[in-house]
Design a protein around this ligand. Sequence first.
Ligand SMILES: [Fe+2]
Ligand SMILES: [Fe+2]
Length: 213
Amino acid sequence: MQRAYSPADTLIAHADRVLRTLAGHAKTTGRDNPADATEHTKLDDDDAKLSAQLMRVNHAGEVAAQALYQGQSLTARNKDVQEKLTQAAEEENDHLAWCRKRLDELGEQTSILDPFWYLGSLAIGATAGLAGDKWSLGFLAETERQVVQHIDSHLEKLPDSDHKTRAILEQMHEDENQHATTAIEQGGVELPEPIKQSMQLVSKIMTKTSFWV
Ligand SMILES: [Fe+2]
Ligand SMILES: [Fe+2]
């Protein structure tokens, strides 16, 4: 017999998810890391440093994405929507794990502000969820679109010799595009322009800061 979950169970499950995300043990889909299929090339110090800085930004972005999805799943009303969000959140965990591993290989740390990005995004995600599914899905679609643009810019800046990071970013690019499409298919609406612009501003602060720390 399946047991019913009490509010306390749900709270514990969410707290567990926060800790797992921040500690790097979040539940993934188990897909292969795209970097594993590429040949290893030795990067010079400057290239390795630049790749690592870009990867720290991507890792921070994936921490935030995870929190956004979690925040929305706390408040999403529709069961179907909740399921889709959970699926996307697991794919975000793949990204998180791949970015973290690549950062390790490049010898750099994750952003010291990751817990801050997590809590901020969790609050934003839950607020968007409270506004109703169509807005929260619209918010998600817009976030994913902005992430796709941001990955495009990283693919341009990335050193040519860094095949491993490139392979990861290309798979993430494909997944984020799919997440945006899914959010629209589930009923997400187009956000007002001022909201899109404030989202861009927040993501600019996050990307600029996590490039360095
Ligand atoms: Fe992602
Ligand atoms: Fe995504």
